[in-house]
Design a protein around this ligand. Structure first.
Ligand code: AGP
Length: 615
């Protein structure tokens, strides 16, 4: 969702910015733009609806010189996707250019006030209001760009990460943030800025994560002045080392990022559990839990807050934690939690679950939980993102950059970390026995080989997918641990193939959805050999009696379901709480192949963004 890149240094800014925009494409967008300034202070701005490639095509033959610039990929919130609404937005005088990620809540009031002072607006965006405001303040006060930006931001309500340049001032770049991420990369005689660190990889590994309510004035060659927007105090830059390689950001021979990420799972699950299980398998070591042992011992309840796929992982986590920790767990959509008057006390542990660590609703839920005294634990993938920096403690899932918009390896990583969390908390609370710990940790260690075996189903699933491209609807059914797996399977299919799909607890089907079943309705049933297996067999029978087409995911050797189902995919047996990890992989492949056969862009599905940084 909206990506920002900026550069000031000794290179051609155009090359750095375009490469950066391509790296940010995974976030999802509908238009792109760039502003470049030459040494003589001339500002050139180019914008295009569509892909970054469309922008590149548009600037062929144009003047793209200059060693300072800002660029943007826009995900429309205010106004349709079109050239006029794309960023950079430029003030009426043509003097200030600004890119913005977030939303300005009070833009209508500010716009009306500026209009009264003679400002006309060329776009429908809230961003244009901000750039006009900066222009107005500078004109009236005759102040520096930095002071004008600070003054403008003092009048703004909402969320933003911004980068601003000024015509005639090729030595200065201003950035600021509130609730939307912004990273500064420090090179030798050059500075990079971006919404996340990916555009900097290969240029520098020294990064600063700008904090909320901070503004930075960047001047040549690489001077940085970071100031609090609230107190005005200047702070020393906290430079951290970025651990991300160019190879991690490339497709590595796969046709898409999503396929690469599905196939990476044996390896990402190994990374995820590395160093977290004692050699004898009898103990789980999560420093985030052990360093806050008392909070976990005194806890009366856990509340998991998350969105989308992460929410599905949270539902699985709920079952594992309830089973192993004897602690009540609630799972809430972060967007509902924040407005639901949640009754929270200091005996609650709120677990914020997020791949990106930047989801606006989840961040707001964290703030709310903290304000009510809860201990907030973050489970996140992106190192240094806003969620890990705003929680009391937490655990990274360590699955590496996930570029495909549809989450795959992050989901299995989240479930694995939630299982580790349950084991660790359960062992400390004395609610889980050694044998259970050993049984689950043994299976977790074998998970890379198990997932490798499941990936062996790929050619079969690819072939099977051809049969179902006609379908306009799919049902996904599962029970217990695999009801959330059904939800996740359905979400994957609809996200990337645009086929309508719904996940249901298998037994709920007879209370309504069974009316949909006919010989054209594919029904995917997740039916491992677990405590609810026989119940699910009955549910399959109900579907078959009504002519439904059943694709069943079963444990190897399950003859009873093989007899009934139209298609059977077999998975190795694992402890019940880990079955969602194993079962989600064939579902990812099924969604993937159906979408590819239908010719869809699976890495960048329409209307979707990788990190949802607006409400
Ligand atoms: C997953 O495939 C989706 N693209 C989406 O539901 C995602 O899981 C959701 O937006 C939450 O993102 P987060 O994990 O980064 O917080």
């Amino acid at each position: 969702m909206c990506g920002i890149v900026g550069y000031i240094g000794h290179r051609q800014a155009y090359d750095v910015l375009m490469k950066g925009l391509h790296r940010l494409e995974y976030r999802g967008y509908d238009s792109a733009g760039i502003a470049l300034m030459k040494e003589d202070g001339k500002l050139n701005v180019y914008k295009s609806k569509g892909r970054v490639a469309d922008l590149e095509a548009k600037v062929v033959g144009c003047d793209v010189g200059g060693s300072i610039g800002i660029a943007h990929t826009r995900w429309a919130t205010h106004g349709e996707p079109c050239d006029r609404n794309a960023h950079p937005q430029v003030s009426q005088s043509g003097r200030i250019a600004l890119v913005h990620n977030g939303t300005i809540e009070n833009y209508a009031v500010l716009k009306a006030a500026l209009a009264q002072r003679g400002y006309a607006f060329a776009s429908d965006t809230d961003t244009e209001v901000l750039v006009q405001l900066v222009d107005y303040i500078q004109t009236v006060n005759g102040c520096s760009l930095m002071d004008a930006v600070k003054e403008a931001l003092a009048q703004v309500e909402g969320a933003y990460a911004i980068a601003v340049v000024e015509r005639g001032n090729p030595d200065t770049l201003i950035v600021a943030r509130k609730s939307s991420p912004l990273v500064i990369g420090v090179g030798v005689g050059e500075i990079f800025i971006a919404s996340d660190a990916t555009p900097m990889v290969g240029y520098t590994d020294r990064v600063i994560y700008l904090k909320d309510n901070e503004v930075a004035e960047i001047t040549r060659p690489s001077n940085l002045k970071i100031q609090s927007l609230e107190s005005g105090k200047t702070s020393a830059p906290d430079i951290q080392t970025l651990r991300m390689s160019v190879e991690q950001l490339e497709k590595g021979g796969y046709e898409t990022f999503m396929l690469k990420e599905i196939f990476e799972q044996p390896h990402t699950l190994r990374d995820c559990i590395r160093g977290r299980i004692a050699d004898d398998g009898q103990r789980v070591v999560l420093s985030g839990v052990l360093e806050n042992r008392d909070r976990f011992l005194q806890a009366r309840r856990m509340i998991i807050v998350a969105c989308g796929t992460s929410w599905h992982a949270g539902l699985i986590g709920k079952r594992i934690i309830q089973e192993l920790c004897c602690l009540p767990v609630e799972v809430e959509y972060a967007s509902e939690f924040r407005y639901g008057h949640p009754q929270i006390t200091d005996k609650d542990i709120v677990v914020a679950l997020s791949q990106s660590g930047e989801t606006a609703d989840t961040l707001a839920a964290i703030q709310l939980a903290k304000s009510k005294g809860a201990f907030v634990y973050g489970i996140c993938n992106v190192v240094g993102a806003s969620i890990p920096r705003n929680t009391d403690s937490g655990t990274y899932i360590h699955v590496g950059p996930e570029i495909g918009v549809a989450s795959t390896k992050a989901f299995t990583g989240q479930v694995a970390v939630l299982a580790l969390l349950a084991l660790c908390v359960g062992q400390e609370r004395g609610t889980v026995g050694r044998d259970t710990i050993c049984c689950i940790t043994r299976a977790m260690r074998q998970m890379p080989e198990i997932i490798q075996a499941v990936l062996g189903l790929d050619p079969v699933i690819r072939e099977l997918s051809r049969t179902f491209t006609y379908a306009r609807n799919f049902l996904y059914l599962g029970r217990g641990y695999n009801y959330p797996t059904a939800l996740e399977g359905a979400l994957k299919l609809k996200e990337i193939s645009y086929i309508h799909a719904e996940g249901y607890p298998a037994a709920e089907m007879k209370h309504g959805p069974i009316a949909l079943i006919d010989h054209e309705m594919p029904v995917v049933v997740i039916a491992p050999d677990d405590s609810l297996h026989d119940k699910v067999v009955n549910n399959i029978r109900q579907v078959k009696s009504r002519g439904g087409l059943v694709i069943a995911l079963v444990t190897q050797g399950d003859a009873s379901i093989r007899e009934m189902a139209d298609y059977c995919l077999e998975m190795p047996k694992v402890p019940e709480c880990l079955t969602p990890i194993v079962a989600s992989v064939p579902l990812q492949l099924l969604a993937y192949h159906i979408a590819r056969i239908k010719g869809k862009d699976v890495d960048r599905p329409r209307n979707l963004a990788k990190s949802v940084t607006v409400e």
